[in-house]
Design a protein around this ligand. Structure first.
Ligand code: NAG
Ligand code: NAG
Ligand code: NAG
Ligand code: NAG
Ligand code: NAG
Ligand code: NAG
Length: 388
């Protein structure tokens, strides 16, 4: 097993090197050439990977990923799932803990097993932090009555040291750990967004650990609801609501079957994807989603010169502005961002008025973004029913 994971690291290293060569060799020329080189590189890499995947021998892991089946989970994760443990949180004292925080704090440092925290229905007014040393945590709620984890911190509220919390620390739930999973949970930050005020950023959830998955969850907030900070993330059947930049950060994430609901009263952006240089693999991909709500919205505005967002098969209500995308007032971003749309529908999807640097993707260009392979899901996505 150890040598298996050693081979994996070598492979990964080679992959990294290749990624690096492919990207840096295209850095000398002008943005347009760079861009097109990257496009064809991305398509070819995707094809190569798809072929490699097909050629792989299939070993039956204890937990098979949702689609495709027969793929191998990474070794640490397989071990953690084999030895899963379960605790129950009930506010009435009939469980192992009364608060989620106590349950999280009971996990020994450098935990190696999956810890499923079953959370009974109720409203939990708690601020929760899962440190890097507590990987493999699952929050499991009841689909007929999901528990709510709520808070109302904002960026400007003073923290313990008297200094403002800032956006990063405003989160009701913050996760630094890898391999986090949430099923049937409502994450909330109730601080209102007042137009024109500073420091109103109020995060409901910040996910900074990699290989995290969210199923049937909802995220309620106003400004900056979901901080998709960094790492590989997968969201399925989730509801995400907010006013300004309500999905933001540097994650490489796939949002599948999600409902994005705007509460803005004027003009705002749904996403602010941050990608500040061309060698980063981050970007948000929305597939089979629905966009509704109030006000007028951009699909995304560029936080960093190389921001990357793709919408595919998504229904866009009329609240989406005809121009679609914003460079946040920095024009040299127009030739560097990657803002693509593919087979979307609804009155907001009309491409006639789009900024000229928005892309209508071809089948080939869209392909790398529209499967769980976009987040390397084969090695770490566990079927949610495994946690019940
Ligand atoms: C499962 O985890 C427990 C607690 O960490 C440990 O004592 C036990 O050896 C593990 N079992 C297996 C089969 O790895
Ligand atoms: C946050 O909620 C608490 C508890 O309900 C309340 O006392 C406090 O005033 C609220 N803070 C803000 C900034 O709204
Ligand atoms: C998620 O919700 C759907 C209904 O919207 C339900 O059919 C499904 O079983 C739920 N999934 C999980 C993992 O609870
Ligand atoms: C979406 O947001 C609007 C306000 O902008 C609200 O009226 C509506 O109820 C929300 N939709 C859902 C499904 O919660
Ligand atoms: C790109 O950004 C990453 C993360 O901030 C950094 O580590 C890396 O050095 C940057 N590369 C270049 C070429 O600027
Ligand atoms: C798209 O918008 C243009 C300009 O507003 C309009 O002429 C055209 O009919 C629209 N197309 C569809 C399919 O609605």
């Amino acid at each position: 097993m150890a040598s298996n994971s050693y081979h994996h690291s070598i492979l990964f290293f080679i992959l990294l090197l290749c990624t690096h060569c492919a990207v840096s060799s295209s850095r000398i020329s002008d943005p347009e050439t760079d861009y097109n080189k990257w496009l064809s590189w991305n398509i070819h890499r995707h094809r190569r990977r798809a072929m490699l995947e097909k050629a792989k021998p299939t070993i039956q892991p204890p937990s098979t990923p949702p689609a495709g089946g027969g793929k191998v989970l990474d070794y640490k994760l397989r071990y953690a799932e084999m030895n899963a443990t379960r605790v129950r949180v009930c506010q009435d004292g009939t469980g192992d803990f009364r608060t989620i925080r106590e349950a999280v704090n009971s996990i020994p440092p450098n935990n190696l097993r999956r810890v499923i925290i079953v959370i009974s229905p109720g409203v939990y007014r708690e601020k929760i932090f899962i440190p890097r040393t507590s990987p493999f945590v699952t929050f499991l709620g009841d689909s007929s009555d999901p528990p709510t984890i709520t808070g109302n911190d904002t960026a400007s509220v003073p923290g313990r040291d008297g200094m403002p919390l800032r956006t990063f620390q405003s989160a009701t739930v913050a996760i630094d750990a890898n391999y986090f999973v949430a099923i049937n949970i409502k994450f909330e930050n109730t601080a209102p967004h007042e137009i024109g005020s500073n420091g109103g950023q109020a995060v409901a959830l910040r996910i900074s650990g990699t290989k995290a998955a969210f199923y049937n969850c909802s995220f309620y907030g106003s400004q900056d609801t979901l901080y998709d900070h960094k790492g590989l993330h997968y969201f399925n059947n989730c509801f995400i609501q907010g006013s300004v930049d309500f999905i933001f950060g540097s994650g490489r994430s796939l949002y599948e079957n999600c409902h994005l609901n705007s509460t803005t009263k004027k003009v705002a952006s749904i996403t602010a994807q941050k990608r500040s240089n061309s060698s980063l693999a981050s970007g948000f991909s929305f597939k089979d989603c629905v966009i509704t709500g109030s006000g007028l919205v951009y699909l995304g505005r560029a936080w960093g010169d190389y921001s990357r967002v793709v919408f595919s098969y998504t229904y866009m209500d009329k609240i989406v502005l005809p121009q679609g995308w914003s460079d946040w007032g920095v024009q040299n971003r127009d030739s560097r961002v990657y803002y693509g749309e593919y087979k979307c529908s609804g009155p907001g999807a009309n491409s006639t008025g789009r900024v000229r640097w928005a892309r209508v993707l071809t089948d080939e260009e869209a392909q790398p973004f529209i499967g769980t392979y976009y987040v390397e899901g084969d090695t770490w996505l566990v079927t949610p029913s495994e946690f019940f």
